[in-house]
Design a protein around this ligand. Structure first.
Ligand SMILES: *Cc1c(COP(=O)(O)O)cnc(C)c1O
Length: 401
């Protein structure tokens, strides 16, 4: 009998989460097992984090190898895994500079601070406005939650940082109306993940780019969730046919080890000159060694091809279930980031539906109260997608009964 269980949670944890009774203790690939030995198909991947599933041998190898060498230096001294990772990320993207953090929120914090400082130093203090999109999500620090477009996440935390404007997503006219020369940055998710998996249209992305150019504003792509192969290319911007000025990523980058990154070009990076920003743990050798191994795996046709093939398989299965049971609408998304909006009477009850799926041995995410979200490992095998869909069908059947 384990010494801790779900009841312990309510005794010792700050109650910001409400996890179900299940406590997983082990994982392998796209399966996890709980304290009772029950297995679950993992369509959540720890919120798009376990990009290569659980217990991937190459990641265990990279972590244990680095663990025997050097754990931590702080940024007082440079370290090889961080330099190698920065070299790799700049080779693979538009960027030529990297800043490492420990989470998505911190990567965005760095991006917003860079935008503000770039605006101040290049144009003067008036150029400080950050434009963001309604329903967008950028993290839970006070700055990132203020930039985020979900009011409920910042309620009762005021006074909040100012100089932020919110406009509807995928609405070029609304964006154009708030753009002026005080804007230092526009931040957008290529797919609004937490909002229920709502993709930006490529035309909208191009319009955002055009308006940023016209007003000398930085375009910040928040690819914390969509990055690292999730949409079928290393980053989603590649499929929009535009290039951002700043890109933030985290989640899948470490495959389960906490790391975030902000990527940009040298001419913007210089706004964060020596001493203007920092973090003790950012660029930690363990995190960077693992992330390097994650990128080696992801940047292969084997994995990126699997994202497309399994994405199509999951999409087809969800389309069929939507038609058969009417519990949710047909899917939306890209690659292996897919959402389905729930229909009445399940609208607003995504948590209940996800809990019911867990009861059938399937771990899925919610995307707000109105949608289910699927973000399995990029290397999930076809058989696990099939088994997961079977378990989702059982869930649909029992909830429709
Ligand atoms: C998860 C997420 C964040 C926040 O990342 P944390 O690691 O939780 O701080 C920010 N932006 C997007 C788009 C995300 O999906």
């Amino acid at each position: 009998m384990p010494g801790v269980g779900r009841a312990t949670y309510d005794e010792v944890m700050v109650p910001v989460y409400r996890p179900p009774a299940v406590i997983p203790v082990r994982g392998e690939g796209s399966r996890i097992w709980d304290q009772e030995g029950r297995d679950y198909v993992d369509f959540a991947a720890g919120t798009a984090v376990n990009a290569l599933g659980h217990a991937h041998p190459a990641l265990i190898g990279a972590l244990t190898d680095q663990a025997g060498r050097l754990w931590h230096l702080s940024n007082v001294l440079a370290n090889e895994p961080a330099l190698r990772l920065a070299r790799r990320l700049t080779q693979l993207t538009f960027a030529d500079r990297a800043f490492f953090a420990n989470s998505g929120a911190e990567a965005n914090e760095a991006a917003f601070k860079l935008a503000r400082r770039w605006g101040h130093t290049k144009f003067g203090p008036r150029k400080h406005t950050i434009v963001a999109f309604l329903d967008g999500f950028h993290g839970r620090t006070l700055f990132t939650v203020s930039v985020g477009g979900q009011r409920r996440y910042r309620e009762h935390f005021d006074p909040l940082p100012g100089g932020i404007r919110h406009v509807p997503f995928n609405d070029p006219a609304a964006l154009e109306a708030v753009m002026d020369d005080s804007v230092c940055a526009v931040v957008m998710e290529p797919i609004q993940g937490e909002a229920g998996v709502i993709p930006a249209t490529p035309e909208f992305a191009r319009e955002v780019r055009r308006l940023c150019d016209r007003h000398d504003a930085l375009l910040i792509y928040d690819e914390i969730q969509t990055g690292n192969g999730r949409t079928g290319t290393l980053f989603a911007y590649e499929q929009h046919g535009i290039v951002p000025d700043v890109l933030t990523t985290a989640k899948g980058l470490g495959g389960g080890f906490p790391i975030g990154a902000m990527l940009t070009s040298g001419k913007f990076a210089e706004a964060l000159s020596s001493g203007t920003h920092g973090t003790t743990f950012g660029g930690n050798p363990l995190a960077c060694a693992v992330a390097g191994a994650v990128l080696d795996e992801i940047c292969t046709e084997r994995v990126l091809g699997n994202v497309k093939a399994r994405g199509a398989q999951l999409w087809a299965g969800l389309t069929r279930l939507a038609q058969t049971y009417g519990l949710f609408e047909p899917p939306r998304g890209m690659g292996l980031l897919i959402g389905v909006p729930l229909r009445d009477p399940w609208r607003g009850k995504a948590r209940e539906v996800a809990d019911a799926a867990l009861g059938e041995g399937l771990w899925v995410l919610v995307g707000g109260p109105d949608a289910l979200r699927f973000a399995p490992a990029l290397n999930i095998p076809a058989v696990d997608v099939e088994t997961g869909l079977d378990r989702l069908e059982r869930t649909c059947r029992s909830l429709s009964a």
